[in-house]
Design a protein around this ligand. Structure first.
Ligand code: NAI
Length: 331
């Protein structure tokens, strides 16, 4: 798809960060945009901002882990615009950090519920509607096909000691995207999964949207850890620039988008690591590389927290009462 004007778009997590960047870019190119989000206040602000930019926008509050709410939102958007989305952006996501060995069921249920099942819900709800409305059966392109974009993460390619639920959710999402890319080709519906590293967004505060019934966490989370994450994401990629990278991938019908010039080198490093896991020699080499990288990152990871009002604490630690976790990994 190359012409976005007049296209119907549906964006999850559209009230903030990457999703709002997509709404601004594609809305600015003439798409009619529905943004859905769990936070009503953020939605109201985002819709007002989009409208002030001259973008035709509709906001719907919903929790994408709730299938009834999701179907109701899809119905409402379809009734409003007169059809299902031609541009579907499954962008919403959450994160929380702590040692894998401290993780609770609820840590997994929350992060996988939003990041993986939120995407699965979107695919199951929208794919049949999109095929019916925009398929290319018999070579007839109906209204120029359609495209599904999913925001994953560079974390999809690795395991992380302090980010297990998140990175496994993103690995699964990448795999899911490749499956749908292959499956939807004959219908003329494209699929792209985009894998960024750091985005200027509000994901550092994601724990504020964690539902009460999944509140039990094994991780140490505080205003200080949230502030630390906020200072890191303040230096991330501009969400509209990120959306521009996605636009290129949609235009070229590419299944994978990595918004950096050295994308191939990044992937080679990640895949080499998996190959190194196979042998004793590989593991030795990997450990040496990791030691060198840790030295380099010591300085690189120092963030400027001067703009933050309030406490600052390192994130990625376990709750202090989890006595099976090494003391240095606990609060
Ligand atoms: P963000 O927090 O600014 O935006 C995510 C939006 O999703 C928020 O407005 C939030 O309210 C909404 N949301 C959360 N749970 C929801 C639910 N259950 N139902 C409906 N909406 C919900 O964060 P950001 O960074 O823009 O995140 C977008 C995507 O980018 C996520 O999938 C994230 O994993 C991914 N990503 C983010 C990176 C970063 O550094 N911020 C890096 C790599 C990937």
């Amino acid at each position: 798809m190359k012409d976005f004007s007049g296209k119907i778009a549906f964006i999850t997590g559209g009230a903030s960060g990457a999703g709002l960047g997509q709404a601004k870019l594609f809305g600015g190119l003439g798409a009619k945009v529905t943004i859905v989000d769990i936070r009503q206040d953020a939605l109201d602000k985002a819709v007002a901002e989009l409208k002030s930019l001259g973008i035709d926008a509709l906001g719907i509050q919903m929790d994408l882990t709730n299938r009834e709410q999701y179907i109701a939102a899809a119905d409402k958007a379809e009734a409003h615009w007169g059809g299902p989305p031609q541009l579907l952006f499954l962008t919403a996501g959450v994160n929380t950090f702590g040692p894998a060995e401290a993780s609770t069921f609820e840590d997994f249920d929350w992060v996988l519920g939003v990041n993986l099942f939120g995407v699965i819900n979107g695919l199951v709800i929208f794919v049949p509607r999109m095929i019916k409305a925009y398929n290319k059966i018999n070579g007839e392109l109906s209204r120029e096909g359609a495209h599904i974009s999913i925001v994953s993460s560079l974390g999809a390619f690795s395991g992380f000691a302090t980010d297990a639920p998140y990175s496994c959710s993103k690995a699964a999402v990448n795999n899911l995207a490749y499956s749908y890319y292959e499956a939807l080709k004959p219908y003329g519906i494209g699929v792209t999964v985009q894998c960024p590293a750091n985005i200027r967004s509000n994901i550092g505060e994601a724990v504020r949207t964690r539902p009460a019934h999944l509140a039990n966490t094994g991780y140490h989370v505080s205003e200080g850890t949230i502030n630390m994450l906020k200072s890191i994401h303040a230096t991330g990629m501009d969400p509209v620039d990120l959306a521009k990278n996605l636009k290129q991938a949609i235009e070229n019908e590419l299944p994978l988008a990595i918004p950096y010039d050295n994308a191939e080198e990044i992937l080679q490093r990640e895949f080499k690591k998996v190959i190194q896991y196979l042998t004793v020699e590989g593991l030795r080499e990997l450990e040496e590389e990791q030691r060198r990288l840790a030295e380099i990152q010591k300085d690189f990871l120092k963030t400027d927290t001067s703009g933050i009002n309030g406490p600052i604490e390192p994130f990625g630690r376990a709750r202090s009462d989890l006595n099976w976790v090494l003391p240095e990994k606990r609060k």
